[in-house]
Each structure stands twice: as structure tokens, then as C-alpha cells.
Ligand binder design. Structure first.
Ligand code: GLU
Length: 283
């Protein structure tokens, strides 16, 4: 299977270490399968976006050496979302609301596949989320769910690797794929990154990728660290202590697995990887 993958960060501040992990895993799945890795900037929340945050996204990917094959910005694609919403209206599947926004008319969720945890079957609560969902807001901007699904279809994305925090959203998205008569991609929901048994929040200093770069972390040590938070080799032994990027491409799909259990972040481990990489590069 050749995978087209993407990351879709919102340019609203710092680049979270969880986003870096998502970027690496999507990059690896694309490279390992001879596919494509797309960077899509989810910048439809005009009030919260700023160019400095977009520059941070590029800086972080450059630092890690994860070069996308294509870059898109959702704010350049507003006509596409509007056109697809209009099509749904014409087909009787969506309606214009009193406030000028567009809503799905009824609808329901659909089953989807997670390559980590298998077949997901929606329950009533998921059908309720998917049914009647807003597609375009009163201000004319698409909601995240709609723009994301329209783009993933348009860009041929067939594997979406993202954090477990999006698990519930996927039931909504499955309903949109169905309304749009499109084939669902595969999904992989990674366990959230935790520190001291708590979810690592955006506000934690340890969450900021640039903090590591500026603190002298070696980017290859960071990649190695990211890899081991949410992926493990089937046979874990000494030879797996350090896995460089090229080797990770070889192993990622064929010799190991992504995980949906929470990933504890151990900064001592990062420091130890860092010492090893730095001494190797000096030597
Ligand atoms: N903009 C969303 C986020 O940053 C994208 C999530 C996704 O669909 O991968 O969480």
C-alpha cells in the first residue's frame, strides 16, 4: 500500500512535541511506502492565526529534516469548501441555516478502520455527533471537520495518523466521507504523550519543540526520542537502542507497530539519546 499522509497543524502558537511526533510518523509511513507526505496548514481560524506561527511550523520541520512533498494553506482553498457545501445543498444533503451557515441535513456516522486498534463501529452517541453537523459557519468559514475531510479527499490522503484526542472527531469525519460518497482513509490514533502521568498540555514548557532546539538538543536524538513514544519494534533488543531516520524508514511499517496506549515522556531518555548522538557526531 502506498500511503499519502499529512500533518495539519493550526498556526496558533508553539509547535507541540506531539505534533512533531505526528509529523515524524506520517513522514515515515509515506517514505516507507514510497508515498507522499503533505503539510497542510489549518488556518481557517482567522482570529487566532498569525504568520509567525506559520514560520514556526516550517522552522520545526526544517530542524527535524522532515521535508513535505507539498504544502497547502486552507485559507487559499475557501472556494473549494464553499463549492462542496453548495453541492451537498443541491443534492438535498445539506441546508442553509437562518444565520447563513450550512448544516448537514440529518446524516449519520459510519464504520472506519484504525490500523492500530481495528474496526470502529459507531454507536448512537457518534451518530448524534455526525448528524446535522455544521459545515460552514455564519461568517462563511468552514469548520475544521468539514475542511479537513474535504481536503483529505481532494489530496488523496489514505492514511491519517494523529493523536487519540481526535478519536471522537473521526466518527464525525466518517459521516462526512459518507455524505460526500468518498472512500474513507485508514486511521491510526496514537496514545497521547504524558508526563508525570498527566497529559502534556500546550502550556507545559516541555511541550515546545523549539525549546529543545534552542536548548541544544540534537535533531536526530529528538527523532529517535519521538519514534519511541508511540512506536515499538516487534523485536526489541540492543540493536534497537538507537534507530536513525533511514533505518526507521525500513522498520516503521514492516518490523514494528504504532501504539494507542499513552506514551510517557521521559526526559532522561532524551538526554541520554542526545549524549550518544552528540558524541557520535563529534567522533
Ligand atoms: N488542525 C488540527 C489540529 O491541529 C488537525 C488535526 C488533524 O486532523 O490531524 O489538531
Amino acid at each position: 500500500m502506498t500511503y499519502t499522509t499529512r500533518i495539519a497543524p493550526s498556526p496558533t502558537g508553539d509547535f507541540h512535541i506531539g505534533t512533531a511526533r505526528t509529523a515524524y510518523f506520517n513522514w515515515l509511513a509515506a517514505r516507507a511506502s514510497g508515498g507522499r507526505f503533505i503539510l497542510r496548514i489549518d488556518d481557517t481560524d482567522l482570529a487566532r492565526n498569525n504568520d509567525a506561527s506559520i514560520a514556526v511550523i516550517h522552522d520545526c520541520l526544517d530542524w527535524l529534516g522532515l521535508v513535505p512533498d507539498a504544502v497547502y494553506r486552507q485559507s487559499d482553498r475557501l472556494d473549494l469548501y464553499r463549492g462542496i457545501a453548495d453541492d451537498l445543498i443541491h443534492r438535498g444533503l445539506a441546508v442553509t441555516a437562518d444565520n447563513g451557515g450550512v448544516l448537514l441535513k440529518g446524516g449519520c456516522s459510519a464504520p472506519w478502520n484504525d490500523i492500530i486498534s481495528g474496526h470502529a463501529v459507531p454507536g448512537d452517541v457518534h451518530h448524534d455527533l455526525a448528524s446535522g453537523q455544521v459545515l460552514i459557519k455564519a461568517d462563511g468559514m468552514p469548520v475544521y471537520h468539514f475542511a479537513s475531510v474535504v481536503d483529505d479527499i481532494d489530496m488523496g490522503v489514505n492514511l491519517v495518523i494523529r493523536g487519540m484526542d481526535h478519536h471522537t472527531n473521526t466518527y464525525r469525519h466518517a459521516g462526512l466521507y459518507k455524505a460526500l460518497d468518498a472512500t474513507l482513509p485508514d486511521f491510526a490514533h496514537l496514545g497521547l504523550i504524558t508526563m508525570n502521568k498527566k497529559k502534556l498540555s500546550k502550556r507545559d514548557a516541555a511541550a515546545s519543540l523549539l525549546g529543545y532546539r534552542d536548548g541544544g538538543t540534537d535533531p536526530d536524538a529528538m527523532l529517535n526520542f519521538l519514534l519511541r513514544m508511540g512506536w515499538g519494534p516487534r523485536q526489541d533488543d540492543k540493536s534497537m537502542a538507537l534507530i536513525d531516520r533511514d533505518r526507521a524508514v525500513d522498520l516503521f511499517l514492516s518490523a514494528g507497530k504504532m501504539k494507542s496506549s499513552p506514551a510517557a515522556m521521559d526526559l532522561d531518555k532524551l538526554a541520554s539519546f542526545n549524549r550518544k548522538y552528540i558524541s557520535r557526531k563529534r567522533g
